[in-house]
Design a protein around this ligand. Structure first.
Ligand code: GAL
Length: 392
């Protein structure tokens, strides 16, 4: 009996050491670029290198974007030892070469695989090869892994994602683990111990309706997010052409209010000035990247018109007015009430007073001049206004 107890203890310790994610990563929502939304399977070494270059030259790196992620279709087969083989025509120098290039730009490198037998595009996936693939990723210098959920049959999501988490941990390279299970099995309830972010819905497409529908599905998920574990309402469509500039501003602002990962999905080498100015709006990005890591909540819901609130560090807050309708709106906004308002549904209002704050419009980049505490604000159709209450 005496001999058994220490043995059990050692096994427990061993399991415990391996059953963990790298927990010093993604303290704020990850920011980067991913190939899927714009390029689908049309990925190559030249494309990825070009995006890394453009991330630097466009000012996106300076604005905080960090990861360059190749999505599906970089892989073609496995060799006789089960090692994953990249597409040699499209990635002639292999993946490590690409990762090294991305690193040489001061950026980080991400890759995609899937928990099933095949990826969603039918390429070889991770099932049964988790530890082996994790070692390849670590050897190549991968910093971020997006792990999908196609062709998983009867696999249990929590168990499947845990195996890959353990594989990554055993490979001894800190890799952000992005769970892409589309919210099918409520990952917000279990994924925080496994990954650093988890998709909460199916795929976004480049339309106002798709974006706003996905946004509305985030409403009850705020309590699950925080530093190191984020809800992921999918990648950005900003700049892909299917929405107006106002709609893209709204899309970007809403993702920032949600403390969502900001993974651009457009062609960084060919951006209009409008697209660029949205993606590098540092004042809006600061809302997303706030160190407190609180996801915003819907504070007032009048169907077509909503007020969202995100608590920030240092007792500051961000307010987003959202006009979902196809009509212009003029709304009377009580800024004194908003200064006091708390995100706790049943809690007492805070003691915060409007006179202690400067209210800054984060798209106009101007402080509001408030003659009275209430003011009419005009909202274009499908648009937002975002304000930050900054301590004086
Ligand atoms: C989907 C995933 C997309 C993209 C695609 C690749 O399941 O949600 O973001 O990765 O697979 O095939």
């Amino acid at each position: 009996m005496k001999k058994i107890i220490p043995l059990v203890g050692i096994c427990f310790l061993f399991l415990n050491l391996n059953a963990q994610k790298y927990d010093q990563l993604a303290k704020t929502p990850p920011m980067g670029w991913n190939s899927w939304n714009k390029f689908g399977c049309n990925v190559s070494e030249t494309l990825i290198m070009g995006m890394a270059d453009a991330m630097v030259s466009s000012g996106m790196k300076d604005a905080g974007y960090e990861y360059i992620v190749i999505d599906d279709c970089w892989q073609v087969s496995r060799d006789e030892n089960g090692q994953i083989i990249p597409d040699k025509d499209r990635f002639p120098h292999g993946i490590k070469y690409l990762a090294d290039y991305v690193h040489s730009k001061g950026l980080k490198f991400g890759i995609y695989s899937c928990a099933g037998t095949l990826t969603c595009a039918g390429r070889p996936a991770g099932c049964g090869h988790e530890y082996q693939d994790a070692l390849s990723y670590a050897r190549w210098g991968v910093d971020y892994l997006k792990y999908d959920w196609c062709n998983t049959g009867t696999q249990d999501p929590k168990a499947s994602y845990s195996i890959m988490r353990d594989g990554l941990f055993a490979a001894k390279r800190p890799i952000v683990f992005s769970i892409c299970e589309w919210g099918s099995n409520k990952p917000w309830e279990w994924a925080g111990q496994i990954g650093h972010l988890w998709r909460t819905t199916g795929d976004i497409s480049d339309t106002w309706n798709s974006m706003i529908e996905i946004f509305s599905q985030q409403k009850d998920l705020a309590r699950y997010a925080g530093p190191g574990h984020w809800n992921d309402p999918d990648m950005l469509e900003v700049g892909n052409g299917g929405m107006t500039t106002e709609e893209y501003k709204a899309h970007f602002s809403l993702w920032c209010m949600l403390a969502a990962p900001l993974i651009a999905g457009n062609d960084l080498q060919n951006m209009t000035p409008d697209t660029k100015s949205i993606l590098v709006n540092k004042e809006i990005i600061a809302i997303d990247q706030d160190s407190l890591g609180r996801q915003g909540v819907c504070w007032r819901d009048n169907e077509d018109y909503q007020i969202w609130m995100k608590v920030l560090a240092n007792n500051e807050k961000a307010i987003c007015l959202l006009n979902k309708s196809d009509e212009k709106k003029s709304v009377l906004v009580d800024f004194a009430l908003l200064a006091k308002a708390s995100t706790m549904r049943w809690g007492p209002p805070s003691q915060l007073k409007l006179e202690n704050f400067t209210v800054r419009d984060l798209w106009d980049h101007k402080d509001l001049v408030l003659k009275e505490s209430s003011m009419y604000i005009d909202l274009l159709p499908h648009s937002v206004k975002v304000y930050r209450f900054i301590k004086k």
